[in-house]
Design a binder for this molecule. Structure first.
Ligand SMILES: [Zn+2]
Length: 180
């Protein structure tokens, strides 16, 4: 009987690895190109939250982007726990959720409580993720201008040749000569 393996996939950069019971790890897909959003804990929580709700189990940490790796294999062994470092608290995600605010022992929490702590993207974060791509605008504008110039050039030359040929036919001049 062949050794059963677990397919682990990074939730963010799609790095895919095959883990066999004897400890061999085969990288099926390198991944690493897709970066986690800023702050990265939002992406991590999305994956951890799905795990808490019975989704794909978190089996490890991605070598490329440090985000959780998940598996949908029925025999996949979940990690013992994941610590989510948030600005205001530390959330421990394991068999259950607990919040450690640093002012006493960690308290058991619900998904909704962690949702509130993780929060949503603020306006300034939205602006930041929008301004990033804007810095590439001059290059994009250059490309658009180049394509436009090529199109205009093509239009101009083809128009020129068309009228040239048309002129030749209609005048009965140099094209074919003497049919007019
Ligand atoms: Zn990754």
């Amino acid at each position: 009987m062949p050794t059963p393996h677990v397919t682990a996939r990074c939730s963010t950069c799609f790095r895919t690895e095959r883990w066999t019971a004897d400890g061999t790890q085969v990288v099926d897909m390198e991944g690493g190109r897709r970066r986690p959003s800023d702050p990265a804990y939002r992406d991590a929580w999305k994956t951890l939250r799905a795990w808490q709700e019975g989704g794909p189990v978190v089996v490890g940490v991605c070598d490329m982007c440090a985000q959780p790796m998940v598996s949908t294999d029925p025999h996949a062994t979940p990690i013992t726990g994941w610590t989510l470092e948030l600005p205001e608290a530390r959330v421990l995600v394991g068999e259950w959720l607990s919040i450690d605010r640093g002012d006493g022992p960690a308290v058991k929490a619900t998904i909704e409580q962690v949702d509130t702590l993780v929060g949503h993207r603020t306006t300034s974060e939205r602006v930041r993720s929008f301004v990033g791509p804007i810095s590439t605008l001059p290059f994009v504008a250059f490309c658009v201008a180049l394509v436009l110039a090529m199109t205009l050039l093509w239009l101009f030359t083809s128009n020129f040749f068309m009228s040239f040929i048309w002129f030749g036919f209609s005048s009965g001049g140099f094209v074919g000569g003497g049919y007019g």
